[in-house]
Write a protein that binds this ligand. Structure first.
Ligand code: FES
Length: 82
């Protein structure tokens, strides 16, 4: 089970974490990945200074822009769970 979490701390919220959460939920739905991805929102990951929203995959933090989140899901998350 892949552990995926998106930061909803105030800094990431301002950078668009809500949009990323919506998009990831939609992608999980479309690809029927509920039993493969444990998706959560998380409090501040202490990476606020980085540009982009903090997204953790199995404990490893990446920084995403809402505009590139769909591509990131396809190119980085899908290959791990498929
Ligand atoms: S608010 Fe997201 S890392 Fe701090």
């Amino acid at each position: 089970m892949l552990e995926l979490s998106v930061c909803i701390g105030s800094s990431c919220h301002l950078k668009g974490s809500y949009n990323i959460i919506q998009l990831f939920q939609q992608m999980i739905e479309e690809n029927a990945l509920h039993d493969k991805i444990d998706f959560k929102a998380s409090f501040c990951m202490r990476k606020c200074q980085s540009s982009g929203v903090a997204v953790s995959i199995n404990g490893m933090v990446h920084h995403l822009q809402p505009e590139t989140a769909r591509e990131f899901f396809k190119n980085t998350i899908m290959p791990i769970v498929k």
